[in-house]
Design a protein around this ligand. Structure first.
Ligand SMILES: [Ca+2]
Length: 166
């Protein structure tokens, strides 16, 4: 064979150069999700991880409503971000904690998990991402999002994204 260099990537394969680090991607997308309650049947938990801005998870009124996504495996989480409601009710987004752990916790007490973020809120229009970039990656499989503001209320999440390298 002419040239004698390193084998070339087969046609159609992902080209990756030596030394490249994989880019962190949203590992919560499409993953199984559950919630403490759902106010309307169409606003079930997985609406928060479906990748769509025109669908929303909407809890009932509770002391500490929450949402939990199972990433399916442990990841080294580098950042998380949450998109509240996109309309005027975004102001209900208050005291929202994001935590992660390696084992399933039923809830509503997620204090055994590592806290990744506390977004005091409220959100104002136009609604934008609430983002927390972690100084050190945190290992986790289950990611909880919980309204901790007193008194209780509603938790409404358009999207939850969890970034890790795969
Ligand atoms: Ca959605």
């Amino acid at each position: 064979m002419a040239g004698g260099g390193a084998p070339r990537a087969a046609a159609g394969s992902l080209l990756r150069f030596r030394g490249d680090a994989p880019t962190a991607s949203n590992v919560a997308l499409g993953k199984p999700t559950r919630a403490s309650s759902v106010l309307y049947p169409d606003n079930y938990a997985a609406r928060a991880t479906d990748g769509k801005f025109d669908s929303i998870f909407h809890s009932d009124t509770e002391a500490k409503p929450y949402l939990v996504v199972d990433l399916g495996a442990a990841f080294s989480i580098e950042s998380v971000r949450v998109m509240p409601r996109l309309d005027f009710n975004s102001s209900r987004f208050m005291g929202v904690e994001v935590r992660t752990g390696l084992t399933q916790v039923q809830g509503p007490d997620f204090t055994s998990y590592t806290r990744l973020a506390l977004f005091p809120g409220p959100a104002y229009l136009p609604t934008t991402w609430f983002t927390q970039n972690l100084t050190q990656p945190v290992a986790g499989r289950y990611v909880s999002v919980q309204r901790t503001a007193e008194p209780g209320g509603l938790l409404e999440i358009t999207e939850l994204e969890v970034f890790a390298r795969q």
